[in-house]
Design a protein around this ligand. Structure first.
Ligand code: ADP
Length: 484
């Protein structure tokens, strides 16, 4: 069993207003530890009716929550932040147990998740309006920034804590209430966070959590006219479906979807730094992040050296149960994830790529997969077009800057991009030319609460985190004051 300092953080009940809904054994969703296959707990398998109830609960809670001052909401969010930090170790253990990432990464994610709560507790206090000059002398224009109202969030399994707080914190800070559907693979982190929100004094109904059928809950959230806004993080395919469904009620949308990040190493780069950056951008969370480097373009003159140094760094990765000390790569989330990785490798090899490291399921069994390095990869291969979402590093060779920018931009996705160079002019040229919402220049880590996170093209709509992230939960209202 999971060893926690506070065992009551292992919550298995959904939260709809003041109601707590347990999983009846037969109907629950088992939550499995991907490192061992063991069932940790079961959560309720709810559907449309429970989701409607949750929307009603959020609607009932809205007037009081919206009417509080930003400062009053901020005090509660700060308290929530403090509780998350105080229980970081337990939350990290729950996260690793259901998601598989190494405990050190899970601790980092909890700190990252908490940072959004702290950040938006502050930003909520700065939702200021404006007074504008009317074209007529006897009139004035006031612009108010008001909460959108009842909102909904659907979140993925790869960051079971941070993807939640990045949506919930700005929504609550702005005065919105929310219905959250976490991924079925990782609901326990979500339920623990909601429990802490409740302990912090955030009233029942302000944050409701429903677990269960993605299609049923998603449909209800998209179709329900009371829900004014939906924020989704997940695959582009599901994002597209939700966007179409939200058309029925002209809902506001934030979508943080798939990526296919290029990672470019120019021949003037600091190669050691580029290898270190790639290790972070590629192997964090076993390659299961939407900003993971997916296509690695290395300039001809440094290609071989880079491949050798990368191979060496990859061989130092320690695979195993994320709960164990020293582990740097956990299992993949499920069997389907492993099959996709295998498919991408097989396709690349069939088309002439060379296998330099790994390539196989790991001897540990289950969904453990060897860190894999492929060289001689080209644009015709599946791995160039699709997000692999696994520990595979494919190296493409390029000759010049214009060519690599064209290749990097030849994707319907535009989330993150990375490049390494020490040439001042090139840094500006390339950063401005890359078609992506975020660019890491000489760094492989771009996520924090201060920078605006989000994509262009089919990687999504809107920005999360940063001073811009709260705008997603705010409407502008214009008051025209006459007869002055
Ligand atoms: P991933 O590849 O990260 O699992 P998904 O887009 O499948 O991405 O899942 C992300 C979230 O979207 C999860 O909470 C999942 O349950 C939910 N989801 C999956 N399919 C649908 C759907 N048809 N409608 C609404 N939500 C969905």
């Amino acid at each position: 069993m999971l060893d926690l300092a506070d065992a009551t953080l292992l919550q298995t009940s959904c939260r709809i207003g003041s109601r707590r809904i347990m999983a009846s054994d037969a109907l629950g969703i088992p939550v499995r530890n991907p490192a061992t296959g063991a069932c940790i707990a079961s959560v309720p398998r709810l559907g449309a009716a429970a989701t409607r109830d949750a929307v009603v609960a959020a609607e009932v809670a809205l007037p009081d929550w919206r009417a509080r001052s930003a400062k009053q909401r901020s005090v509660l969010l700060h308290r929530w932040y403090e509780l998350v930090i105080a229980t970081q170790e337990d939350l990290a253990r729950i996260l690793t147990a259901e998601q598989g990432k190494p405990l050190a990464e899970a601790r980092g994610e909890i700190a990252y998740a908490a940072s959004f709560i702290e950040w938006f507790a502050e930003e909520g206090k700065r939702l200021d309006g404006q007074v504008l000059q009317h074209p007529q002398p006897d009139q004035r224009i006031l612009v108010l920034r008001q909460p959108v109202g009842v909102t909904a969030a659907i979140t993925p399994w790869n960051f079971p804590a941070a993807m939640i707080t990045r949506k919930v914190a700005p929504a609550l800070a702005a005065g919105c209430t929310m219905v959250l559907k976490p991924a079925s693979q990782t609901p326990l982190t979500a339920l623990a966070l909601a429990e802490l929100a409740s302990r912090a004094g955030i009233p029942d109904g302000v944050l409701n959590v429903v677990t269960g059928s993605a299609a049923e809950i998603g449909d209800e959230l998209a179709n329900n006219p009371v829900v004014r806004k939906l924020s989704f993080t997940g695959s582009t395919a599901v994002g597209r479906t939700l966007m179409a469904k939200c058309a029925g009620t002209i809902k506001k949308l934030s979508l943080e979807l798939g990526g296919n990040a290029p990672f470019i190493v120019f021949d003037d780069a600091d190669l050691d730094a580029a290898v270190a950056g790639l290790m972070q951008a590629k192997f964090r969370n076993a390659g299961q992040t939407c900003v993971c480097a997916n296509r690695i373009y290395v300039q001809d003159a440094v290609y071989e050296r880079f491949a050798e140094e990368l191979a060496r760094a990859m061989q130092a990765l320690q695979l195993g149960n994320g709960m164990d000390a020293g582990i740097t790569q956990g299992p993949l989330i499920d069997e389907a994830a492993v099959r996709k990785v295998e498919e991408h490798i097989a396709d690349a090899l069939a088309q002439g790529a060379q296998l330099r490291v790994g390539g196989q399921r790991h001897a540990l069994g289950g969904t453990f997969f060897q860190p894999t390095l492929l060289t001689g990869v080209n644009a015709g291969m599946l791995i160039a077009r699709e997000e692999t979402f696994g520990p595979v590093a494919p190296l493409f060779r390029f000759q010049d800057e214009t060519e690599v920018i064209r290749q990097a931009n030849a994707s319907e996705f535009g989330l993150a991009a990375y490049f390494y160079s020490r040439d001042f002019a090139r840094i500006f040229r390339v950063a401005e030319a890359l078609e992506s919402g975020m660019v890491g220049v000489n760094t492989g880590l771009i996520s924090n609460e201060v920078g605006p996170f989000g994509g262009i093209k089919q990687s999504g709509l809107g920005r999360e985190g940063s001073r811009f992230g709260i705008d997603e939960y705010v409407e502008l209202k214009y008051l025209c004051l006459g007869g002055l």
